[in-house]
Design a protein around this ligand. Structure first.
Ligand code: PLP
Length: 387
């Protein structure tokens, strides 16, 4: 049986070089980075070296990076932390309707507490208009949070332009870069951002560790209270092995990203070109070219995404419908509804996301089998009439 993983946007395997780098920090170098003895100092050095690597990669200063437990914590910290720090200044937040739940859910919590949140709509390709952002800003706006690229449809947003507007208006600007770090260039100055979230498991690092970039001078409250780790900005004993793994994963991406991206782009564009040739009535979701190099998302009319997934799984192909978080729920994805799909079309979506170990033969195997799967499922669908 084949074993083809095409769900890298959900999570990626940990690079063996990352695992090797982490290994000593479980037993030999297990110290607590806050301890004063040699064990502690050894851990502290690893922590600060990792911070330096991460900061350099983002074009940031070392003291502007804190380590977290992942993308969700970084995102939650931004929404609750900025709201808490600036509530005397204003109570309005601008975000988009297609953000990850790690942004949308904290915004909903704040709405219940009296904050106003504008969820900007997107066009049919999933793009947020910088002009809409500009128009939505009021004298009460304290934060704008727009993701750099969407996890379902791969659309890359005009972050640098939106950041320029935020800067001109003096509003704090955050981007969720969980899907972009390690895949496309991410530089905090080029993007004009004050805050940026990232997560190691999306770029071949371990799960349960991430980082938050906080531009010097940005006002943001603490998320986890307790000890004074991360200069009092995030309590809890440092996850040194995870942090070392995150930094090693970043180092590997810095070295190999250009070539990797070129190859993934060729696979992505092959799928985008070939799928509509062999399967009638499909719709490419997301922007045709302003999209992540590893993301393909099609709506395949008249059938359910879940049925496609299960049939592909039986052939040894792992893909996704909607995002990893929504694929277990019966609700159609909020992202697909936001780009204008009706419920039925949104339910028939298939996300294929590739990565470091995807081979051209994997893509060919999918191209060979997907049309057969679709034909079989459509033959059973009461909605489908062959033309
Ligand atoms: N933001 C985006 C865009 C994501 O894709 C994800 C994970 O799928 C997250 C945030 C949450 O990250 P984590 O799994 O590290 O909590």
């Amino acid at each position: 049986m084949k074993n083809i993983y095409l769900d890298y946007a959900a999570t990626a395997p940990c690079d063996p070089e990352v695992v090797k780098e982490m290994e000593p920090y479980f037993f030999k170098k297990f110290g607590n980075a806050s301890s004063l003895h040699a064990y502690g100092q050894e851990a502290k050095k690893a922590l600060e070296d990792s911070r330096q690597t991460t900061a350099e990669f983002l074009g940031a200063k070392s003291e502007e990076v804190i380590f977290t437990s992942g993308g969700t914590e970084s995102d939650n910290n931004v929404i609750f932390g900025v709201a808490g720090a600036l509530e005397s200044k204003g109570n309005h937040i601008i975000t988009s309707a297609i953000e990850h739940h790690a942004i949308i859910e904290p915004c909903k919590v704040l709405e219940k507490k009296g904050f106003k949140v504008t969820y900007l709509g997107v066009d049919q390709d999933g793009v947020v208009s910088p002009d809409d952002v500009k128009k939505a800003i009021t004298d009460q706006t304290i934060l704008i949070s727009i993701m750099q690229a969407n996890n379902e449809i791969g659309t890359i947003q005009p972050i640098s332009q939106i950041g320029k507007i935020a800067k001109e208006k003096g509003v704090c600007f955050h981007t969720d870069a969980v899907q972009t770090v390690g895949h496309i260039p991410v530089n905090v100055d080029d993007l004009n951002v004050d805050l940026l979230s990232l997560s190691a498991h999306k770029f071949y690092g371990p799960k349960g560790v991430g980082a938050l970039y906080i531009r010097k001078g940005t006002r943001i409250g603490r998320f986890l209270c307790g000890g004074d780790q991360e200069k009092g900005r995030r309590a809890s004993t440092h996850n040194i092995s995870g942090i070392v793994g995150l930094a090693k994963a970043i180092e590997l991406c810095a070295k190999g990203m250009d070539n990797e991206t070129k190859f993934l782009l060729s696979l992505r564009d092959k799928l985008i070109k070939e799928i509509p040739k062999t399967i009638p009535e499909v719709r490419l979701n997301g922007h045709p070219n302003q999209r992540l190099p590893n993301n393909v998302n099609f709506s395949i009319k008249y059938i359910e995404g879940e049925s496609i997934l299960l049939s592909l799984d039986m052939l040894g192909i792992a893909a996704s419908t909607g995002s990893a978080c929504t694929s277990s729920s019966l609700e159609p994805s909020h992202v697909l509804l936001s780009i204008g799909l009706d419920h039925a079309t949104a339910h028939g979506s298939l996300r294929i996301s590739m990565g470091r170990w995807t081979k051209e033969s994997d893509v060919n195997y999918l191209l060979e089998n997907l049309p057969k799967v679709v034909e079989k499922l459509r033959a059973m669908s009461p909605l489908y009439e062959k033309k």
